[in-house]
Each structure stands twice: as C-alpha cells, then as structure tokens.
Design a protein around this ligand. Structure first.
Ligand SMILES: Cc1cc2nc3c(=O)[nH]c(=O)nc-3n(C[C@H](O)[C@H](O)[C@H](O)COP(=O)(O)OP(=O)(O)OC[C@H]3O[C@@H](n4cnc5c(N)ncnc54)[C@H](O)[C@@H]3O)c2cc1C
Length: 602
C-alpha cells in the first residue's frame, strides 16, 4: 500500500493519529521498550519495586478495605515522586514525559484495587486541575496532591448518565451574592470517594451549561454515601456522592463555564491510554504466576507445564502481552514526539499536551478495548492453568479474574470505544486529515485485479507483513463501502462500526508487532521468539479480520452486489497457517528461561 501524503510537512503528516492505517508496515520507526532511556527504565524499576514490595505484600489488607493503608501507600508513593509525573515542577511535580507516565501505570497495576485507587488519584482526579486549573487552583491543590497529603477523585457518572455523560442532571446555580455555586444532585460509582479530599465534579449550570467544579470534602451540603459491594477491585473505594444545596466557592469553577465536556473528554482520552498501559502490568504478573504454578504443579507424574495445551495457553498469553505492549509504547512515543519541541515550563505547554493526546484518540480507544479484552482472555487462561485452585480465593488468580472485568466498563465502555475507533477515523478522513478514502479507492482497484499486497521485506516476517497490509485493506475497503451505503447514518449501524473497529485493532497490532520485531533486529537476524509471538498473533487475527469484514459486508450490501464483493474480498484471505506446536515451543522455552514475559523494561 502506498501512503498518499502530499503535504509539505510530510514527516508531521506521517505521524498523524490513525496514520498507521494509511502507511506501509515499518514506514515510520517508533518507540519500543527496547529504546527506552535509562531514566525511563530506572523510574519503571523503582515503581515496580514499590508495587511489588509495598503494595502486593499488603494485598489482603487492601482487599479488606483498609482505607488508612491506601492513604498511607499513596503518601509513600508521593515521597518517591510516583504521584507527580504528570504535574509540572513548578507545582511540586516532576513533569516527566508520557512514556514514563504510562510505564508508571504499568508498574502500579500488579493489584487491581491499588491500580484503580492510584489511577483515580493521579489521573482522572488530579489531571483536570493540572490541565484546566487556573494559577490559584494549581497552587492550592497540586503540591498536596503530588505529595499524597490530599487524595483526589473524579465525579462524572450519575444514576441516569453513564455513557451519555452530558445528560448529567446535577445542577449548579450561582448564589445571589455571586460568591458560591449551589449544587444539587448526586453522583454514582465514584472511585476513592470514601477518603478523597478533593473531588472534580461536573454539573449543569443554569440547566444546560455543563461545567467542572473542584469540591472539597467538608463542603456544607456535600456528603459521601455508603460503599458499593463490588465483583472485583474490592479494596478500592466506590461510593455515591450527594449534593444538597452544597455551597461551592465560585473560584472553584474549573476551566470555563459550559466547557466541562472539554475537561471530561480530554481526561478520558488520556485515561484510555493509561488503562492500556496498566493492563500490561497485570498481564505480565498473571503470566509469570501461571508459568510458576504450571512448573510446580504435577499431574500424571509430570509438571503440567510440559503439556502442550498448557504451553499453548502460555504462548498465547505472551503473544497478547507483546501486542499490547508494542501498541501502547508506540502511541506513548508518538504523543511525546509531538511535544518534543515544546518547552515544558511554557504557559501553553498543557494546551499542546492536550492536543497531542487528542491527536491519538483512535489509538487510545484501541488501547482501552484491546487491553481490557486481552486481559480478559489472559486471566481466563491463567485460571484454567490453575485448575480448581484457580477458583479458590486463596490464589491471587481468582482475584485477578474478578478484578479484570471492570476494565471493559469504565473509561468509556468497550461498546462506546468501538464506535469511537471507526467514527474518529472516518471523521478525520472526511476532514482530509487522513488519506483513507483515496487509499480505499486504490484498494478497490487492486481487488478488481485480484491483486494482493506484497511484502517489502523478504524476511521471516514477510507473511505477517502481508497479513498486516491485508488487515488494513480490509478495514479501508469496509469503511469506504459502509460510508457509501449509509453516509451520515453509519453511526446507527453499530455492528458494522464495531466489526470494522475490530479489524482496525488487529491491523494496528500486527503492524506494530512486525515493525517492532524488525526494528529490534536492525540489520541482524530476527529474534526467533519474537517472530513466533508475531506469528501466533497473526495466525489468530488474520482469519478473524477477514471473517469480520465479510460479516460487515453482509450488513452493507445485499444480493448480487454482496456476492460479487465477497468474491473480490477473497483475494485478501491469504495467510497460510503454521504448525502451532512449533510456535508455542519457541515461545514457552523463552518464558521458562526468563521466568515470565521475557522483554520487561526493568
Ligand atoms: C468500580 C467502578 C468505578 C468507577 N469509577 C468512576 C469514577 O471514579 N468516576 C466516575 O465518574 N465514574 C466512575 N464509574 C462509572 C463508569 O464510568 C460507568 O459505569 C461507565 O461509564 C458506564 O456507564 P453506566 O454504568 O451508566 O452504563 P450505561 O451507560 O447505562 O451502559 C449500559 C450498557 O449499554 C451500553 N451502551 C450505552 N450507550 C450505548 C450506545 N450509544 N451504543 C451502544 N451501547 C451503549 C454500554 O456499553 C453498556 O454495555 C465507575 C464504575 C465502576 C463500576
């Protein structure tokens, strides 16, 4: 596929969000864990050590809802500078790059309850003030949030408004003397609520101006309801909030009046990237634990790790980690790349940062959906490897299985994020930011000639390169046909949107994995373990991507037109499977040597 990038600023255009779909595999090198700086590695190591030694060892107490311990852990994390990577130095933070911020999210995710507590505090709770607070608000709140002296929470969801966040009913009315906003209403499922000191709360001013506020614990008329009893992440606090004529000082209005959606959506964009990164930490730990269990557990006088069906699962787990890790840090590097020329202490730095994150909304939604579902598959395999023990509370994998489920629900449900993946790509294509329609037309021409993409590099991943290009062509072709058939009504054809989003995800994953593996090898030979990881993923994803596109076409076209299109599409069903036993043997041998996932950043 030839990228159609005519712009004068070719390199910048080549790095645009969603561009992976328009570019050939490997067209633009990207950040991978192998290219992390020493500082990034050291930071990750420190955070990982903190989480292993101070958090994981206290799992029982945390799960028993020991809020004092959680607060204490946050304070200790603050002392190590782990709460402030996204806060500028001027406000008591370290203001590090986004790759480091995502590495931190990964390191902190060894225990679901802690990961969510930490993420709500440093992410959705603190970032609205970092990005949208005025000077006085930043000076008042950020140093205390950076040190862990105060804990933050974020209150958007209500009984009647979850996915449809702007339908919030909590009201705010300015008092007659102009000194306060008087809030009435309630919020639901608020993380950290039981012990947070500072809440970012969204309310409709005068009925329809959706606006953010900073509300402090102890505000008259504001109260926190009882703990919810949850399926998982039981050690994290989740409560409703009530506002009964709560008097919030007028100076606590956050950002601009009526622009609360800007805060909410930008925070969510970043939250999705962080969720993807966090999931990696949980996945690596569960893979390590499952491997250890399989090595120790004997049946039929044999360690179960010797059985092919156990090894197959371990190999699949590793392949999913490699996929997610590669996509996540590729995206983090892209965000950092956009900010490289910006001065961190400049007053407009945060505006550039928000724009850089917004540029990669498609990638962020992919991280969220892919990460949460990959984790689901992985913990399911991990439970299965544990047999009956996997179902018993005493084993951490039982908790990990329950904890994993929430990731598909918060930070925008996976349904909403699937709509966003396809929707945002098409929106950018319509605006002319991405050359997707021009490319889709050349795909259609190539399909008419039964012409399939060819590998640019004839190495051990040539077939996987072609598979990645085929997945991109399937997505482009499907998106064009869907747009032609449904036009502005496409949003209503949710199955088509979701099927195409899945194809896009597989294309991004495979493109990223092939490129990383080649980048790591440089001019040398490809690493056989990495090749096997990519092949395992390609083997699963290519048939899936092809089938999903066929199903999408069945919603888009009918009768002879459908039959003709399905026939043309067959050109892209090109992948020859491998012997799965060879692939899993290569991967599991490397896992056994490393005692877990072999490519950790620490
Ligand atoms: C443990 C936990 C912690 C949380 N922490 C916080 C927090 O700190 N702050 C906060 O503000 N919120 C928080 N939430 C709330 C969370 O963000 C919401 O639950 C989530 O956004 C989904 O909203 P909902 O529960 O109202 O589900 P709904 O929006 O009612 O969705 C129900 C189902 O309908 C689907 N659906 C909805 N709209 C569409 C559509 N247009 N097309 C297709 N399908 C659709 C959804 O995908 C879902 O499957 C938390 C929730 C939990 C469980």
């Amino acid at each position: 596929m030839v990228a159609v990038v005519e712009s004068a600023d070719r390199s910048q255009a080549a790095l645009a969000g969603g561009m992976f779909l328009a570019q050939e595999v490997g067209a633009t090198p990207f950040v991978t864990p192998e290219s992390f700086t020493d500082e990034q590695r050291l930071f990750f190591k420190t955070a990982l050590q903190f989480c292993r030694e101070q958090v994981l060892t206290q799992a029982e107490r945390i799960e028993a809802k020991d809020n004092a311990l959680l607060r204490d852990l946050l304070r200790r994390a603050g002392e190590l500078g782990l709460l402030s990577v996204d806060i500028s130095e001027a406000h008591g933070g370290t203001g590090l790059d986004k790759t480091t911020s995502l590495l931190l999210a990964e390191a902190m995710a060894l225990l679901g309850s802690w990961s969510v507590t930490f993420g709500a505090h440093t992410g959705i709770g603190t970032l609205p003030i970092v990005w949208f607070g005025n000077a006085a608000q930043k000076a008042k709140y950020l140093p205390k949030l950076a040190s862990g002296e105060w804990v933050a929470a974020y209150a958007l969801t209500e009984q009647g408004s979850g996915s449809d966040a702007r339908a919030a009913k909590t009201k705010a009315v300015r008092s007659a003397d102009g000194q306060h906003y008087v809030l009435n209403g309630s919020k639901l499922y608020i993380t950290n609520a039981a012990f947070a000191d500072v809440f970012v709360v969204f309310a409709q001013v005068d009925g329809d101006k959706f606006t953010g506020f900073i509300v402090e614990r102890g505000t008259p008329g504001f109260s926190v309801g009882p703990e919810e009893h949850k399926m998982g992440i039981r050690g994290s606090s989740t409560c409703p909030l009530y506002f009964e004529d709560a008097r919030v000082p007028a100076e606590n209005l956050l950002g601009e009046l009526g622009k609360g959606h800007k805060i909410a959506f930008n925070i969510l964009n970043y939250g999705r990237l962080k969720l993807g990164a966090g999931v990696i930490g949980g996945m690596k730990l569960q893979l390590e634990n499952a491997l250890k269990f399989a090595q120790e557990r004997q049946q039929f006088k044999t360690p179960i790790v010797r059985f092919p069906l156990i090894r197959e699962k371990l190999a699949r787990m590793a392949s999913l980690v490699y996929a997610l890790e590669t996509m996540t840090y590729r995206t983090a590097g892209l965000v950092d790349g956009r900010l490289a020329s910006k001065e961190r202490s400049a007053p407009d730095y945060d505006a550039h940062l928000i724009a850089a994150i917004e540029e990669y909304v498609t990638e962020a939604s992919i991280m969220k959906v892919f990460g949460s579902e990959a984790l689901g598959v992985l913990v399911d395999d991990a439970v299965q490897i544990h047999g009956g023990a996997g179902y018993i509370e005493e084993y951490p994998v039982e908790r990990a299985y329950r904890d994993a489920r929430i990731n598909r629900i918060f930070e925008g449900t996976n349904e909403i994020n699937r709509m966003l993946i396809t929707g945002m790509l098409l929106k950018r294509a319509v605006k002319g930011d991405l050359p997707l329609f021009a490319l889709a037309r050349s795909v259609a021409d190539a399909l008419s000639r039964a012409e399939r993409p060819r590998a640019r590099k004839q190495d051990a991943l040539a077939a996987e390169e072609v598979a990645a290009e085929c997945a991109k062509q399937l997505a482009l072709h499907g998106m064009r046909l869907a747009t032609e058939a449904f036009g502005t009504e496409l949003d209503r054809h949710q199955e088509v949107m979701a099927l195409l989003a899945d194809v896009v995800m597989d294309a991004f994953a495979l493109d990223s994995m092939v490129t990383r593996t080649r980048q790591v090898a440089g001019d040398g030979a490809l690493d056989p373990t990495r090749v096997a990881l990519v092949r395992l993923y390609a083997q699963e994803s290519t048939t899936r991507a092809f089938e999903r596109t066929r199903r999408a076409l069945c919603s888009i076209l009918k009768g002879e037109a459908l039959q003709a299109e399905l026939k043309r599409l067959a050109t892209l069903d090109a992948f020859s499977p491998y012997d799965p036993a060879e692939l899993r043997e290569t991967v599991v041998a490397a896992l056994e040597v490393a005692g877990g996932y072999p490519y950790s950043a620490a």
